[in-house]
Structures are given as structure tokens and as C-alpha cells.
Design a protein around this ligand. Structure first.
Ligand SMILES: Cc1cc2nc3c(=O)[nH]c(=O)nc-3n(C[C@H](O)[C@H](O)[C@H](O)COP(=O)(O)OP(=O)(O)OC[C@H]3O[C@@H](n4cnc5c(N)ncnc54)[C@H](O)[C@@H]3O)c2cc1C
Length: 369
């Protein structure tokens, strides 16, 4: 096998191929933009084809549900949870249910240097670290293999992640009989930024402010929860003044306004679809103030898509923690472009990366201000 994918747009970096390879012939290596791609050691490869068979982008199946989801507006009943969540705290309600059943949660966390990576949680404390959107592609490592091991031990598992990661897990588990206990919850996903640019940004904040970063927080709700303000409010602190949270919007600017730092496959995302490769989908209920003003809450409101019978069962069981009501699907289809189309890259995306390679991060920050 020469390669798992033909062009970069055909690889989302979910690591399903790396996890499925019985010969450990695949390693995930960063490219010059910092995104991970599979690289095959031809000496170990036996050409079995499993990696391409299960790939959610190049395989025959894309692992999506065929039915139309049911759409709900939802908000966690506990104000404390709303304050500590990105949207309306749907993730906490769903994961609490699995934890109460002695299950295991997988989601995106930080390591001690604020690299974003998927982790395993068995306690509420470990799960809490997964709260809050981290606008950086998460390193999946051998997470799918760990999930399989938990399922083999009879544990229930909740996986949360981007739609392509969810599809990668479905591909990895496609031939397994263990999926009864596996619950997959994806996000509506705008697109996913580069871990390399995140590293550069963290180092810049450290240079400018003195000492290592000790706290970072995307989507802090400092400016409330609303479509207009939610992409403000990135907070951080460094060793020099660990208790003083400062605000900086340059990473958000590169992500949302310049739009040049996200993964090539996001421009042709196969999962910007009402048919999901997951049991539940969670996101912000943008526009709820127009459709049903009583539901608006400046601390956050979630939309939950119930995509499968298993998702319906999970949602019914966790509803006691939530205020929730079914809503017409058109509301979210109107407001959430990532349910119908991929994010568009700027025409000068390649110029951004050329500038970065030649002149460095501070140059591209200044140039795009
Ligand atoms: C990159 C990205 C793009 C998004 N784009 C949109 C969008 O276009 N529209 C929209 O309405 N919502 C979007 N969301 C989802 C939204 O920001 C919230 O994550 C979601 O509503 C859950 O909020 P909550 O209050 O239920 O959960 P929280 O308690 O805030 O939990 C956050 C959840 O997100 C997962 N997560 C966090 N960071 C990552 C990551 N880097 N990779 C994979 N999973 C992660 C965690 O595992 C956890 O399950 C996006 C999220 C991310 C990470």
C-alpha cells in the first residue's frame, strides 16, 4: 500500500487507519501545516487494505444514519454547569448518565502544555476537563483501540468529537459486535484549526506576557453567549500573573475571519449533512432568540439532534438534567451552515502559509490584522 489517501482533502486525520493496522505499519506524522497524516512503513505493510477499507473519507461507506434526526432545544438545569460549558451543557448531561452507569467517556482535553488531545475519563473530575470547545484539531493517538478494549470489558462508552472523528470511530468499529454499548456524540463543526498555529500562538502569548501559560479558555462567556459574541472571550494567564486572566482575540481572528488555518479536508467536508455518523449531535442553538425568545439564556443554549434509536434512548434517559423541547428542524437548518455546506477557504490560503514559512508567525499575525 503506497498511501491511505490520494490528496490531502481526502484525509481528516481521525487516525482510524493507524488504529486498525495490525502490523503497526502506520504512524501519524505532522505535515508542514501541523496536521497529522498517516505514513506507511512499506517494509511492515502487508497490503491487507484494512486502512483504506475503513477510512470514513475514502471508503465505500460513510457510516451515516439514513433517517432524519429530531431536533431539540436544551439547557442544563444547573447554572454552574452552564457557566462551565460552551453552549447549554448538553455534553455534561449526556456524559453524567454514562458515568452513573459505570461507563467511560472519551473527549478532547489538554495536556500540561495545552496540546489538545483525546483522553479517557472515568470520573466527573476527569470529564470536566473535556468541557469547553477547544478550537484545535485533537490528537487521537490510540483512542479507538482503547475504546474497543473498554467495550470488550463490558463497559459502556461515550465518545465525543468532531463529525469526522465520529465517522472514523464508526469505520473502525464497523465489523465489531461490541457496538451495542458504544454511544457516539458529535458536534456541528465549523472546521478545525492547525495544532502548529496553536503552538505558535501559545509561544507568542508566553513571549509577550512572561512565563509559561497556566490557563487557557476558549469561549469564556465573558461577553455572554450569543452568535455575535461567542467568538470573543479567549482568556489566558501566565506564570507571571497566574490569577489575572487576560483576553486576546488573535487566534479567533485567524480562525474565523482570515480562515486560513483549518485543515484542507474541511473545505470538502463529507459530514456537513443532516444525516449524521453519530447517535447524538450537539451544538449551539443559534437563532433561538428569534424562534422562541423564552428559551434564550445569556449563559448558553444547546441544540441536540437525535440521530438514531440508540441516541433517542440516551437522550430520554438524560432529560431529567435538562430543560428540553422538540423544535422544527428548519430553525437549525437555517442557522447552521455546517449542516449543509463545508466551510470555504479564502483564495489566498496558500499565500498565508507561504508567508508563515518564509517570515514566521508574528509576520502573518501583523499582516492579517
Ligand atoms: C472545532 C469546533 C467547531 C465547532 N463548530 C460549531 C459550529 O459551527 N456550530 C455550532 O453550533 N457548534 C459548533 N461547535 C460545538 C460547540 O462549540 C460546543 O462544543 C457544543 O455545543 C457542546 O457544548 P456543550 O455546552 O454541550 O459542551 P461542553 O461541556 O462545552 O463540551 C465540549 C464538548 O466538545 C468536545 N470537544 C471540545 N474540543 C474539541 C476538539 N478540538 N475536537 C473534538 N471535540 C472537542 C468535548 O469532547 C466535549 O464533548 C464546534 C466545536 C468545536 C470543537
Amino acid at each position: 500500500m503506497n498511501s491511505v489517501y490520494l490528496k490531502k482533502e481526502d484525509c481528516c486525520g481521525c487516525s482510524a487507519c493507524y488504529n486498525v493496522c495490525a502490523k503497526q505499519a502506520i504512524t501519524m506524522k505532522p505535515d508542514e501545516e501541523g496536521f497529522l497524516y498517516p505514513e506507511i512503513d512499506q517494509g511492515n505493510c502487508v497490503d491487507c487494505g484494512k486502512c483504506t477499507d475503513i477510512c470514513p473519507l475514502t471508503s465505500k461507506g460513510n457510516y451515516k444514519e439514513t433517517g432524519i434526526p429530531r431536533f431539540y432545544v436544551a439547557r442544563h438545569k444547573a447554572e454552574e454547569v452552564l457557566r462551565q460549558s460552551t453552549s447549554g451543557g448538553a455534553f455534561t448531561a449526556i456524559s453524567n448518565l454514562i458515568l452513573r452507569q459505570n461507563g467511560v467517556i472519551y473527549g478532547a482535553d489538554y495536556d500540561e502544555d495545552f496540546h489538545v488531545l483525546h483522553q479517557r475519563a472515568e470520573t466527573a473530575g476527569q470529564r470536566d476537563r473535556m468541557r469547553i470547545s477547544k478550537y484545535v484539531q485533537s490528537d487521537m493517538r490510540d483512542i479507538f483501540t482503547q475504546i474497543k478494549a473498554d467495550l470488550q470489558e463490558g463497559r459502556k462508552v461515550l465518545f465525543t468529537g468532531t463529525p469526522c472523528q465520529a465517522a472514523g470511530l464508526r469505520g473502525f468499529m464497523a465489523k465489531s459486535r461490541l457496538t451495542d454499548r458504544l454511544y457516539i456524540c458529535d458536534l456541528i463543526c465549523h472546521s478545525i484549526p492547525s495544532p502548529l498555529i496553536w503552538e505558535e500562538y501559545k509561544r507568542l502569548l508566553e513571549r509577550e506576557n512572561g512565563g509559561k501559560l497556566v490557563n487557557v479558555q476558549f469561549r469564556s462567556k465573558k461577553h455572554g453567549w450569543s452568535r455575535a459574541n461567542s467568538n470573543k472571550g479567549f482568556l489566558f494567564s501566565t506564570e507571571r500573573n497566574p490569577d489575572i486572566l487576560q483576553e486576546d482575540d488573535r487566534f479567533y481572528h485567524l480562525f474565523f475571519t482570515v480562515g486560513a488555518i483549518t485543515r484542507p479536508s474541511c473545505s470538502q467536508c463529507r459530514f456537513t449533512d443532516i444525516h449524521r455518523a453519530s447517535d447524538l449531535t450537539i451544538a449551539d442553538y443559534w437563532g433561538i432568540e428569534k424562534y422562541s425568545p423564552d428559551w434564550f439564556d445569556p449563559l448558553g443554549v444547546s441544540v441536540i439532534l437525535v440521530n438514531s434509536p440508540k441516541g433517542a434512548d440516551l437522550f430520554d434517559q438524560c432529560r431529567q438534567e435538562l430543560l428540553a423541547e422538540e423544535r422544527p428542524k428548519e430553525e437549525s437548518l437555517n442557522e447552521q451552515r455546517r449542516l449543509s455546506e463545508s466551510s470555504q477557504f479564502p483564495k489566498n490560503r496558500s499565500l498565508f502559509w507561504e508567508d508563515y514559512r518564509h517570515f514566521g508567525f508574528e509576520y502573518v499575525i501583523r499582516k492579517t490584522e
